[in-house]
Design a protein around this ligand. Structure first.
Ligand code: ABU
Length: 361
C-alpha cells in the first residue's frame, strides 16, 4: 500500500495535514495536588488544585474551552482536514490499582497520550497516576485505525507505585551539581508522547518529569533502525513536553524558545537550518496558566509548510511567522490554556501527506 492510501501516516510536524484528532474537555477533572504535579506546575497555581482537586473543572471553564475546541474543529474542516474526537470518559471516577487510587484528568490533550510515526500509532504509558486510563478515551478511534491497517504499539504501563517517583525531588532542587533532576525515576518505562518531536527519520526527545531514558529506549527499539532518536536537553528546569521549546516549522526552519534554548544546545543536525527565536508570550505568567509555562505561545499547529493555526492573541508571534514567509491563521484558544496546552497539545496528527525522508543532509 503506498503512503497516500494509508489511513494512518505521519512523519513530521509540517506535511499537509489530512486527518487529526481534536481533544474534548467534557468531564475534565482537576488532579489532586501532589509532588508529581508540583514538578511542572507553576507554584502560583497551587491554590487551584487545593480548591478543586478531585472535582470537575469549573463548568464555566469547560464551556468556554469546549466552544474553542468546537471552533477549531470547524476551522480544520474548512481547511479540508478530517477531524475525529475522543470519548469523554467519566474522569471523576477513581482508578484503583493494588498500590494507589486516583481520579482521572481529561481527554483534552491527544498529543500527550499517543503519537503517529510512519504508519504506527504508539500509545504512551504516561507518568501521572491521574492519566493511567486516559488512553481508553481514544481506544474506539485507535481500534478503527487498526482495522484500517495501522500498526499499533502500546508501551508497557508502569505500576506508578510510590517508589517509582523520586522522593528527594523538589522543584527548587531541579538541578544538583549541574545535573538535571526529575520527579520520576528509571524504575519503569515512562514517557508522554509530547516529549517527542518528529522530523522524518530523525526524532528528537527530551528527558523530562514525565519521560525517562527507559521510555526513550523503548521507543527507539520499537520504531526500528530506519529512525534515529536523539536525546536533547535545554534550560527548561521543569521540563514536561518539548512542544514549547523547539518547533520545526518546515524543512530548514526551526523555531526555538529563546528563554530555554541556547544556540550551543541546538542539536548539530540543525546546523544548516535557519533558527528563528520566538517572540515573548503575550499572556502574563500568572493568568490562569495552571498546568503550563507561559510559552504556550509556541504550541501551535501547522496545517502544511506555510499555514499555521495560532492563538489569536499571539500577535507578535504571528508577525514574526509572516515575516518568515508563513501564513498564520488566528483562532481563539485562550480559554483552553488553563487546561495546560494550546492548539498543538489539543491535537494529534493521524495523517499527513508526504514521504518518510531525512531532512539532515
Ligand atoms: N503541555 C505543554 C506545556 C509545556 C509548557 O509548560 O511549556
Amino acid at each position: 500500500m503506498i503512503n497516500d492510501q494509508k489511513k494512518v501516516w505521519s512523519c513530521n510536524e509540517w506535511d499537509p495535514l489530512e486527518e487529526v484528532i481534536v481533544g474534548v474537555v467534557d468531564n475534565a477533572t482537576v488532579p489532586v495536588w501532589s509532588p508529581t504535579l508540583a514538578s511542572t506546575t507553576p507554584s502560583h497555581a497551587k491554590w487551584f488544585f487545593e480548591e478543586h482537586g478531585g472535582k470537575p473543572f469549573p463548568a464555566e471553564m469547560v464551556e468556554k474551552a469546549s466552544a474553542e475546541l468546537d471552533n477549531l474543529v470547524k476551522v480544520l474542516e474548512g481547511l479540508r482536514v478530517t477531524v475525529k474526537r475522543p470519548d469523554a470518559l467519566d474522569f471523576t471516577k477513581s482508578t484503583r490499582t493494588p498500590w494507589w487510587d486516583s481520579t482521572g484528568l481529561y481527554a483534552a490533550m491527544p498529543r500527550d497520550v499517543m503519537m503517529v510515526i510512519g504508519d504506527s500509532i504508539i500509545e504512551a504509558p504516561m507518568a501521572w497516576q491521574s492519566r493511567y486510563v486516559e488512553i481508553y478515551a481514544y481506544r474506539n478511534l485507535i481500534e478503527d485505525y487498526f482495522r484500517d491497517g495501522a500498526k499499533w504499539l502500546a508501551a508497557p504501563k508502569g505500576s506508578m507505585k510510590d517508589d517509582f517517583y523520586n522522593s528527594e525531588y523538589t522543584p527548587e532542587r531541579a538541578e544538583i551539581d549541574g545535573v538535571r533532576q526529575f520527579v520520576i525515576s528509571e524504575k519503569e518505562v515512562a514517557f508522554d508522547a509530547a516529549d517527542f518531536v518528529r522530523c522524518g527519520k530523525d526524532i528528537f526527545v527530551q528527558k523530562s518529569n514525565v519521560t525517562n531514558e527507559m521510555g526513550i529506549e523503548w521507543v527507539r527499539r520499537h520504531i526500528g533502525s530506519e529512525f534515529n532518536v536523539h536525546i536533547v536537553q535545554f534550560d527548561d528546569e521543569h521540563p514536561m513536553h518539548i512542544d514549547t521549546t523547539i518547533v520545526p516549522l518546515a524543512p530548514g526552519k526551526l523555531l526555538i524558545n529563546p528563554s530555554w534554548v541556547k544556540r550551543s544546545q541546538i542539536p548539530k543536525q540543525f546546523d544548516s537550518w535557519e533558527i528563528i527565536e520566538a517572540t515573548e508570550p503575550v499572556m502574563p505568567y500568572d493568568s490562569a496558566l495552571y498546568f503550563s509555562s507561559d510559552w504556550l505561545t509556541m504550541n501551535f499547529l501547522s496545517v502544511d509548510e506555510k499555514r499555521i493555526l495560532v492563538e489569536e492573541n499571539e500577535v507578535p508571534l504571528m508577525d514574526l511567522l509572516s515575516k518568515h514567509g508563513f501564513e498564520p491563521i488566528p483562532i481563539p484558544f485562550r480559554n483552553f490554556y488553563p487546561f495546560g496546552g494550546s492548539i498543538h497539545c489539543a491535537t494529534a496528527d493521524i495523517r499527513r501527506r508526504g514521504d518518510l525522508q531525512s531532512y539532515f543532509g
